[in-house]
Design a protein around this ligand. Structure first.
Ligand SMILES: [Zn+2]
Length: 213
């Protein structure tokens, strides 16, 4: 009897929450444990992947709470970056695997040619999360990377800002790349997330899991 009453109560609550829910329901982020990788093995793995980078000094936690452990100044993981970016070695490693397994196959499928450059808006930046001043962004620990677009051989330019919603191959490529990114990064934010992400894909290996592809 108790069980049935409890079931009815739960069902009632469920119906109530469905009735009150906003039309777009975004699942709350899920906390995931940080990766544990010894720096030297990460540098070795990066080199083996064909990356171009310089190891840099770790930066201790500053007054804003930002820090970066065992960073690299990355010129390319496997695809040249529009400018070098400072990030943790595990993020560079995730980027290399993502390029190899997701970005290049999608480029070949949709355009029959490889991506020649990744246009980005930075990795390490000491700041709070967009819209929340109380929580440090994963950028503040060098664990996040913002991709604005891709340049393919033959001067084909694809930008998140202009092509995310396009119905042609550029839009299909970007949406497929974002979906594939969810297999390589813990959090993937896109123009679907909010206005702050209208022009880039935010990819991070931080503490929270979310896939807005
Ligand atoms: Zn970002």
């Amino acid at each position: 009897m108790h069980f049935i009453l409890r079931l009815l109560f739960v069902l009632g609550l469920g119906a109530l929450s469905v009735a009150c829910a906003p039309r777009v329901v975004t699942p709350p982020p899920v906390e995931v444990p940080p990766p544990v990788i010894a720096p030297q093995s990460c540098y070795d793995a990066l080199t083996q992947l064909g990356a171009k980078f310089e190891p840099r000094q770790s930066m201790p936690r500053n007054a804003q709470g930002c820090f970066i452990d065992e960073p690299v100044m990355l010129e390319q993981a496997t695809i040249p970056l529009s400018r070098p970016a400072l990030m943790t070695c595990p993020l560079a490693q995730a980027l290399a695997a993502f390029e190899r397994d997701v970005v290049q196959p999608a480029a070949r499928r949709h355009f029959n040619r490889p991506v020649a450059q990744i246009v980005h808006y930075g990795a390490y930046v000491c700041r709070a999360q967009t819209g929340r001043n109380d929580r440090l962004s994963e950028h503040g620990m060098g664990r996040a990377f913002d991709i604005g677009g891709f340049e393919l051989a033959g001067n084909i330019r694809i930008s998140v800002k202009d092509h995310w919603r396009e119905r042609g191959p550029r839009g299909a490529f970007l949406r497929e790349v974002a979906q594939g990114a969810c297999r390589h990064f813990n959090m993937v934010l896109t123009p679907k997330t909010d206005a702050a992400h209208h022009d880039h894909l935010h990819l991070d290996i931080g503490r929270w899991a979310r896939c807005d592809a």
